[in-house]
Design a protein around this ligand. Structure first.
Ligand code: ZN
Length: 392
């Protein structure tokens, strides 16, 4: 970790990706952060680059907002009991992800299913990730899995205690549309965002959620519309895309053909701003440290989506859908960045063309709240060029 977050200058940026679908590339080569927030974006000769705690020479690489994983299942600290792995969040930071959103802490052994117990665990999980961020990664957690018997007062209690997310509908006992809808409405009334498990059962014990339940529940995000793992039939996926205006979340841990169907349907509807990316890790497929980068490369290459737009699916789209202050290069937002370059020996004339050919970029640095968190990634293929700290 380098710097206090007071004032950070990153100059000599070769390409700046904004995270915004409507203007994915910015005409700028320098970013200044103050107090952990973006203070200025511009050309080095136009902005004041003096008097800084840390100066980073990007050496011509690409800077994008830190990536957001819209769908993870954390439990406690940087450990997952699901696959018995330590440091999976740190590994994912090495894949450019600086913010993770919990879809429920469902892998906790002995997870309480009684109402007072599930509320207590959600509040505790929100606290322990707020109080101790693994490697600096923002893990937005404390997402209760709803069960039959919950009343409006329970959602008020959760919201009053600082809970802002609901776990995937369908992972608990509530799997029917009317009950889900009633509880989603209560959650929404108190400012709690909701998502739903879409598709066949993920592991023994979970259940099918089809298009009728998804549409009736009317959650804020259609969680893993491409299944986690088993996707709904194509006609049901298209129907969900056409019948609502909520977020369409595609995950690494799902069906890739269904992911492309969702992308193409959203594009035909001219609603690509609804598409957001997650991994659903750690799940049956395990921890996926490069899962978000892999989704970007897969959707860009097989889905014929410009690489700079594909990055928006994992940054600005998610930030807007979920009302986060990250994910977009804009003055006033959190100074969370990933610096990356074309991977060594990857085909393509530029980093963007290389991604469009299906290759992963190499991550050279991550920054969270204006503080340098990692240097050259230990997980991505090595980048051609690496940014460096030139003065501290
Ligand atoms: Zn799920």
């Amino acid at each position: 970790m380098q710097g206090t977050g007071d004032r950070l200058v990153i100059r000599n940026i070769g390409l700046m990706l904004s995270g915004m679908m409507e203007q994915p590339i910015l005409d700028a080569d320098c970013v200044i952060a103050e107090g952990g927030r973006i203070a200025k974006i511009g050309r080095a000769d136009e902005v004041d680059t003096g008097e800084s705690d840390v100066v980073v020479d990007a050496r011509g690489v690409t800077l994008a907002p830190g990536l957001i994983d819209s769908h993870v299942h954390p439990v406690v600290g940087d450990y997952t009991p699901r696959q018995q792995q330590l440091h999976w969040i740190d590994s994912t930071l090495n894949g450019g992800v600086t913010t993770m959103i919990s879809a429920g802490e469902v892998h906790m052994p002995g997870r309480p299913k009684d109402i007072v117990g599930l509320k207590a665990m959600a509040i505790a999980a929100q606290r322990w990730y707020e109080n101790a961020r693994p490697s600096g990664v923002k893990v937005l957690a404390g997402a209760p899995v709803i069960e039959h018997g919950m009343e409006e007062q329970d959602f008020k209690d959760l919201a009053d205690a600082g809970v802002t997310l609901m776990g995937e509908v369908g992972l608990g006992s509530v799997k029917d549309g009317p009950t889900a809808r009633k509880m989603v409405d209560w959650a929404r009334k108190y400012g709690i965002q909701s998502t739903i498990h879409t598709g066949g059962p993920s592991i023994p014990g979970s259940g099918l959620i089809d298009k009728d339940v998804v549409l009736e529940a009317a959650t804020d995000v259609v969680g893993h519309i491409n299944g986690g793992h088993s996707a709904l039939p194509d006609d049901q996926i298209v129907c969900i895309c056409e019948s609502c205006r909520t977020g369409l979340e595609i995950v690494h841990n799902g069906n890739e053909r269904a992911a492309l169907l969702t992308l193409n349907t959203a594009r035909e509807l001219k609603q690509l701003d609804r598409v957001i990316l997650g991994t659903d890790g750690p799940a049956g497929s395990g921890v996926q440290p490069l899962g978000i980068l892999r989704m970007i490369a897969m959707l860009s290459s097989l889905g014929n989506l410009a690489a700079e737009s594909a990055v928006c699916l994992a940054t600005g789209n998610t930030a807007r859908m979920r009302d986060l202050d990250v994910g977009i290069l804009e003055e006033g937002r959190a100074a969370d960045f990933v610096l990356m370059d074309q991977a060594q020996h990857a085909p393509g004339k530029t980093i963007l063309e290389s991604i469009e050919l299906g290759n992963l970029p190499g991550v050279g640095m991550t920054v969270i709240d204006g503080v340098v968190r990692t240097g050259r990634s230990r997980n991505t293929p090595p980048a051609q060029r690496l940014p460096g700290i030139v003065s501290v």
